[in-house]
Design a protein around this ligand. Structure first.
Ligand code: BGC
Length: 266
């Protein structure tokens, strides 16, 4: 595992699911962790305790990433605790699934607010600090790294999930535009697009043998992903081992984006 020794990392929405695995993997690589949560301090505290039990350092901080004042207050607390930030993982995300005609404006705004606006607000604060501080060669050859948690649905349309797919399509060009703008300042920005990863967000898709069997027809590699699949990719993208990787999306999806229907058809 590449080293992230001495670096400070914020993982938004890391009290459960993919975020908690990303936080734990990054902590294992030596970074000090800020475990952000919106509602469940219990989940966040458990992740902090797990990191500490393995000899790492972590604190839990509350903020709803869709709220500008809460994001700014969280970054102020990060600087009080650790002085700076080196790695931001824009992970916080949610689903509010409805067919188009049944989708309320509130359900649309909630998903866009957390999944897309939240990534903008956190990136803006982190980039301000990366630009202020610049490169610290003992820690990394880059001035800062941002990983945007996207989804296979940044490219795969998803009936019944217009708000979610639109948010992830937005993340794709937010990430690329930020990466283009900030590359000259040695700020690296990339995305991870997970496929079906076994977490609470998609429980319905794997909780019964029938659901799992149907899900596996969409995955050429024929297994559901585990959160650590994403955690390992995040450590690499945050590390100097990926220093020449800029503005790209790494699909960690067992081949879900390979048009699985064409395994036999066409
Ligand atoms: C969604 C999951 C879904 C997966 C594959 C993810 O982005 O959050 O609910 O299972 O994409 O469709």
């Amino acid at each position: 595992m590449p080293s992230l020794e001495g670096q400070i990392a914020l993982v938004t929405g890391s009290s459960s699911g993919i975020g908690s695995a990303v936080a734990k993997c990054i902590a294992e690589a030596g970074a000090k962790l800020i475990v952000n949560y919106s509602r469940s301090s219990k989940g966040a505290d458990a992740v902090v305790e797990e990191i500490k039990a393995k000899g790492g350092e972590a604190i839990a901080l509350q903020a709803d990433v869709s709220q500008e004042d809460q994001v700014q207050a969280m970054f102020a607390k990060i600087y009080e605790a650790y002085g700076t930030i080196d790695i931001l993982v824009n992970n916080a995300g949610l689903q509010r699934d409805f067919n188009l005609v049944d989708m309320s404006l509130a359900d649309w705004n909630k998903v866009i607010g957390v999944n897309l606006t939240g990534q903008f607000l956190c990136s803006r604060e982190a980039v301000k600090e990366f630009l202020r501080r610049g490169v610290v060669p003992e820690r990394s050859v880059a001035a800062g790294k941002i990983i945007c948690m996207s989804s296979v649905h940044e490219v795969i349309p998803w009936a019944g999930h217009c708000n979610y797919a639109a948010s992830k399509g937005g993340v794709s060009l937010l990430m690329k535009s930020m990466a283009q703008e900030l590359a000259p300042q040695k700020i690296r920005i990339n995305s991870i697009a997970p496929g079906a990863i076994q977490t609470p967000i998609n429980k319905e898709a794997w909780e019964t043998p029938e659901a799992l069997e149907s899900l596996l027809t969409l995955i050429p590699y024929k297994r559901i992903g585990v959160p650590e699949d994403i955690g390992k990719a995040a450590v690499w993208l945050a590390s100097d081992d990926s220093d020449y990787v800029q503005g790209t999306t790494i699909f960690v999806d067992g081949g879900m984006t390979l048009y699985p229907g064409f395994e036999s058809g066409g």
